[in-house]
Design a binder for this molecule. Structure first.
Ligand code: AMP
Length: 566
């Protein structure tokens, strides 16, 4: 068995050594130069990810590494160039035009990466959906994004019912027969140049995410985001060419795109795709046998590994592993301490959101790490904490985390909802994040919670409204209120408060039936973990649900007399 002392950290110099000086002097023009982007000239993020390396003579370097738990396969930049050209040319042949949407309903796989790069290369807008979502949720996103084509697998295909959607002209299925077969599209198309040249402000990605009110919203990202994905990959994640980088996010979450595809490929690193099951022993093997140098994960996965015990981790050497990074939810200091013990490496937290497109605040390798803090802003990004009027607060005062608008990866729209988009920027010059935080005297940011009702469970962003709306579709449910309840493993779990229709009576069977109702229509991770039945829900005089009252009661916190209910 290996001991902690034999598990040495690889000694490799940081890409960014002098954070303070660079933060004060950096401009994004420096990144443009590194990516060979010239102001006024068209670009394409997919070309910069793939073709640029081939043209620079690096075609034989490994771009993708796929591991499914029992077998492995690798793709060079030459391979990826060939495949993405073929797929982009194939899409064009099938009639997909610039600016049209193509939905990707795919699990983590080489097909996902190749399809995403191919769609974007062809000048279309990629719309990745979470592979766990079920029929009703798929339907909602298809109706909203109005894609001309959908790419999926034979397994996920039954969840797509597009009989009433004439705008969908093509269904491309991996391992499918009947519709357009994914491999046939590749085989029958030219491997010649396929890049559609785009303006930097042209959309390339439409990604659905939850808000605390209303249906999920489509966040629009543009090609310009490449600058920040590249630069943060280089400075925050410290990626080097040929490093193996593993980001274990689902393709429906932006992390899997900005950091599972764009950042590593832009940096000439190898991106690892793992599509096997989760268990501690298996994941440590994945890190080892693929010589992962940098691993980007979530506190939920780390807590699950922690539950598997330190001894399991300490059987492995992790010789190549330089950094573990985390994102998506608060990283408890205890997880960081465990990691130090288990891996002989700390976990570096990072903060960003679907709307920011790329990392904004992070614990940089070159800076002293403060466990429990999200770290410091990325050079080129100005982060601060503001009061209700948008005034900047001094260190150690809690307020809303705000970013000066105008960073390269910033979302450029909310699909079909300009008012919603504008609401993020209602206090110029700030983009308001909805997160509460404070800054310490050294300029490190500390997450304090959400200013609204949004839930983070197992790293997934969940809007209570979407679950409440589906719950009341069940015939037994008259009213529903959903909150996040703190949980030591998953950050938060989902708790639903229900008022039943008469004459329904609460029972174990009804509980199972309602949970099944959500699971089969929305997604497994949206099923309430706890359900409590009550005679009424707390509402304002105008009828608005007061979720904070539900939460206060759940947490045993005082509720004012006027807010008392049930
Ligand atoms: P998403 O758009 O799904 O990535 O969710 C973004 C939200 O996740 C943020 O607004 C935060 O509430 C939360 N989040 C992301 N990173 C962190 C972090 N490092 N610490 C605490 N919360 C985080």
């Amino acid at each position: 068995m290996n001991t902690g002392s034999s598990r040495k950290l690889p000694q490799v110099p940081f890409n960014l050594t002098d954070y303070g000086r660079v933060y004060d002097t950096f401009t994004w023009a420096e990144t443009e130069k590194e990516l060979d982007w010239v102001r006024g000239e068209p670009v394409n993020i997919a070309y910069t990810c793939v073709d640029r390396h081939v043209r620079a003579g690096k075609g034989e370097q490994t771009a993708l590494l796929w591991d499914d738990g029992s077998s492995r396969k690798s793709y060079t930049f030459n391979d990826l160039n060939d495949l993405t050209n073929r797929f982009a040319n194939g899409l064009k042949k099938l009639g997909v035009r610039r600016g049209e949407r193509v939905v990707l309903f795919l699990p983590s796989s080489p097909e996902f990466q190749i399809s995403l790069l191919g769609v974007v290369k062809a000048g279309a807008i990629a719309v990745p959906l979470h592979s766990k979502i079920m029929d009703d949720a798929v339907q909602e996103f298809l109706l909203d994004s109005e894609p001309v084509a959908v790419i999926t697998t034979a397994t996920l295909r039954p969840r797509i019912n597009h009989s009433n959607m004439a705008f969908i002209r093509r269904l491309i299925v991996v391992d499918g027969d009947g519709d357009d077969d994914w491999q046939t599209v590749i085989n029958n198309s030219s491997a010649g140049p396929a890049t559609e040249w785009m303006q930097r402000e042209d959309p390339m990605l439409l990604l659905y995410t939850s808000g605390s009110t209303g249906a999920s919203k489509g966040v629009v990202h543009v090609h310009e985001g490449a600058l920040q994905c590249y630069q943060t990959g280089r400075w925050v994640l410290d990626m080097k060419e040929k490093d193996v980088f593993w980001c274990n996010a689902d393709p429906g979450w932006i992390t899997a795109i900005s950091y599972g595809v764009w950042a590593p490929l832009l940096n000439g690193a190898t991106t690892l795709i793992y599509s096997g099951p989760f268990n501690a022993e298996q994941w440590y093997d994945v890190l080892n046998r693929n010589s992962v140098a940098v691993w980007y994960t979530t506190p939920t996965f780390l807590r699950a590994l922690m539950a598997g015990g330190r001894a399991v981790a300490r059987k492995h050497t992790f010789n190549a592993l330089r950094y573990i990074f985390s994102v998506g939810e608060p990283l408890n200091p205890i997880v960081s301490r465990w990691s130090q013990n288990a891996f002989n490496r700390p976990v570096h937290d990072s903060w960003w959101m679907t709307e920011t497109g790329a990392q904004m605040i992070a614990n940089f390798p070159c800076l002293p790490l403060k466990p429990g803090s999200m770290g410091k802003p990325v050079p080129g990004v100005y982060a601060t904490v503001v009061d209700e009027k948008g005034g900047e607060l001094p260190p150690l005062e809690m307020g809303q985390l705000a970013i000066r608008a105008g960073w390269p990866a910033m979302m450029r729209d909310i699909w079909k909802d300009r008012d919603k988009y504008n609401s993020y920027f209602r206090q110029p010059p700030w983009y308001l994040t909805g997160d509460l935080a404070y800054r310490d005297r050294d300029g490190y940011f500390w997450f304090q919670g959400r200013a609204d009702d949004m839930i983070k469970t197992g790293g997934e962003r969940v809007g209570p409204f979407v679950i409440e709306s589906k719950l009341v579709e069940h015939p037994a449910v008259a009213e529903a209120g959903v909150i996040g309840k703190p949980d030591s493993m998953r950050g938060e779990i989902i708790k639903a408060f229900l008022v039943l229709e008469r004459p329904y009576v609460w029972s174990e069977e009804l509980c199972l039936e309602i949970r099944h109702f959500i699971k089969t229509r929305l997604a497994h991770h949206l099923v309430p973990d706890e359900i409590e039945v009550c005679s009424q829900l707390p509402r304002t005089r105008s009828g608005k649900l007061m979720r904070w009252v539900l939460k206060s009661r759940e947490l045993g916190l005082p509720v004012s007399d006027s807010d008392k209910w049930d």
